[in-house]
Design a protein around this ligand. Structure first.
Ligand code: KG4
Ligand code: ZN
Length: 362
């Protein structure tokens, strides 16, 4: 990318975060405003798509105003392009961000850059916070692990915007497993951070959950782990004189916190073990020179520590964004958008939402 490439305004609304950012030169965050709907979805223990879409509609303009203010944007002529997530994600959610971005592109006569949400999670590894010294950028070839609520996959990148899929989940995403098991344990939504917090309280570390290695490849499977978790949790409940968790019923909040902590630890350990070992194995196999991680589950500090250990053993730099840049945000879309813009990616004002958009090389 041409250094000094300009300011990108980016919009993200694919799931349950309404987000707008200003990113300079593809890396430096000028502003990054995220309105999370987590509290809104806590009551239902998961996302109801129409509720998410309506919340985007409510928050999109206030978030845009804050991002413009925080970034000190006075002249829209300073904005080189408008980047927007057009997939994958929830259709109704995507449409709100797309409408916002298209309106800005039309109003200010700026190019519109279509960004794949997965690419955003990958390019979060390049971001630099305001006031922070510029870190060394990830070097190619690299292996990227993307672990979010909707997706889990490993790709090799030999250069910018080129992706070779090494493996992916054959069933549930890792974040989805965190959310479902969190619910079985009676923890609040989203399950990932709640499980991390509970696991940190565990005194005993001897509850073993199964790992699905799926042979020597790089695919993942988390649905068996989820089923096993239900069985293990029910056994722990029986030990405590409690009935099994009712499918679809309100979360069980009655297990003693010490047991919840042990179970949360065991589950988290199983997920992290597979993610970290497969990532390290892939990095070794392709001769990677760096490893990057992105997506909401990468906000898990135990995963980051475990990966740091694996990377150190391989003598490779590991790039894990800070937690707020792992979960959905606008800055990551700006970072990917800047690369795409420099590579000539443009969308017309007829750009449509692509709920099942796959990650593809340019
Ligand atoms: O990337 P993201 O914000 O949205 C999607 O694109 O899906 O990821 C959300 C997922 C949720 O499943 C959430 O439970 C998980 O990321 N998550 C975590 C942590 N923080 C968020 N999982 C494990 N540990 C965390 N600290
Ligand atoms: Zn995401």
């Amino acid at each position: 990318m041409a250094e000094g490439s300009g300011l990108i305004l980016s919009v993200e609304s694919s799931c349950d975060e309404t987000a707008v950012a200003l990113v300079d030169g593809g890396r430096r965050i000028r502003s990054n405003v995220v309105a999370s709907q987590a509290d809104l979805h806590a009551g239902t223990g998961g996302i109801v798509p129409e509720v998410a879409a309506r919340a985007h509609l409510r928050w999109m303009l206030p978030v845009l105003e804050r991002a413009v203010d925080d970034g000190g944007l006075r002249d829209w002529g300073d904005v080189e392009a408008i980047a927007v997530t057009y997939g994958p994600g929830l259709a109704g959610s995507l449409l709100v961000g797309l409408t916002m971005a298209k309106t800005l592109a039309w109003l200010h006569d700026r190019p519109l850059v279509p960004v794949n949400h997965h690419e955003g999670h990958i390019y979060a590894a390049w971001l630099v916070d305001p006031g922070q010294d510029e870190q060394a950028a990830p070097v190619f070839p690299l292996v990227a692990l993307v672990v979010s609520g909707g997706h889990t996959f490993l790709v090799e990148m030999v250069d910018h915007l080129t992706y070779r899929l090494l493996g992916q989940t054959v069933d549930d995403a890792a974040g989805e497993a965190f959310d479902k098991v969190g619910r079985l344990l009676g923890l609040p939504y989203p399950g990932g951070p709640a499980i991390q917090r509970a696991a940190a309280q565990a005194v005993r570390h001897d509850r073993h959950f199964p790992r699905a290695w799926l042979g020597e490849g790089y695919d993942f499977s988390f649905s068996g782990l989820k089923t096993a978790a239900r069985r293990i949790i029910d056994a722990a409940r029986a030990d405590a004189g409690l009935p099994p968790v009712e499918p679809g019923a309100a979360p069980a909040v009655d297990l003693p916190p010490a047991v919840v902590a042990e179970l949360a630890w065991g589950f988290q350990d199983a997920v992290i073990d597979v993610l970290a070992r497969k990532t390290a194995r892939a990095a070794r196999a392709v001769g990677a020179r760096s490893i990057i991680v992105g997506g909401g589950v990468a906000a898990n500090r135990v995963l980051a520590e475990r990966l740091a250990g694996e990377a150190a053993e391989l003598g490779l730099p590991l790039h894990v964004p800070r937690p707020g840049l792992c979960t959905d945000n606008g800055a990551m879309i700006g970072a990917a958008g800047a690369r795409l813009y420099a590579a000539g990616a443009r969308a017309g004002l007829d750009l449509d939402a692509r709920p099942n958009l796959p990650l593809a090389s340019r």
